[in-house]
Design a protein around this ligand. Structure first.
Ligand code: HEC
Length: 145
């Protein structure tokens, strides 16, 4: 009897969760992820400004803030995970690539090496683009249409 109750409870949780997910899916409010992306876009602009002014502090601060960008809230993370599903490995790898490159840029001590800073900045830009090319269009079609 106790077992049956547990099965019943689990069943209920699963139904409630999928209901929640389905309901969330039709909600076309922009994801928090989009706001995070916009924040990173702003960081990239500041880095570019920093490079042109040779303001390495500005470059470093903004690169480190990309490296430690916030994660979306729990429920949204679940929705994204459910969608990414079997491609999670690829998605995570691209995310880590951006993260690691941003960290490298932020921690570059030889900041007056403008060429090196520029080279890593290009790598960082490229890491953003790689994920957008692979995921963005389908991702937006799934969550917003
Ligand atoms: C691991 C994958 C991934 C990486 C890495 C990534 N993005 Fe994105 N990006 C996305 C996805 C998915 C969307 C679509 C989000 C949405 O529309 O809700 C997006 C959307 C965006 C947008 C559009 C937001 C809007 O208003 O529509 C900008 C700008 C952006 N990303 C900037 C960046 C920058 C800058 C970087 C690198 C520093 C970056 N992204 C790295 C996956 C990624």
């Amino acid at each position: 009897m106790k077992k049956l109750l547990i099965v019943f409870k689990l069943g209920f949780i699963v139904i409630a969760m999928s209901g929640l997910l389905a309901c969330a899916k039709t909600n076309e409010e922009p994801l928090e992820l989009r706001r995070i992306m916009q924040g990173m876009q702003h960081n990239m602009q500041e880095i570019e400004l920093g490079i042109s002014k040779k303001d390495w502090e500005l470059v470093s601060q903004n690169a480190l803030s990309i490296a430690s960008h916030p994660a979306p809230p729990f429920l949204e993370k679940l929705r994204v995970l459910a969608y990414i599903n079997t491609e999670l490995g690829a998605f995570k790898k691209l995310d880590k690539n951006t993260h690691d490159t941003a960290k490298e840029l932020g921690e570059l001590v030889l900041m007056d090496d403008k060429r090196k800073v520029e080279a890593i900045f290009l790598q960082l830009k490229d890491s953003c683009e790689q994920c957008h090319q692979e995921f963005r269009t389908e991702f937006q079609a799934y969550f917003y249409e």
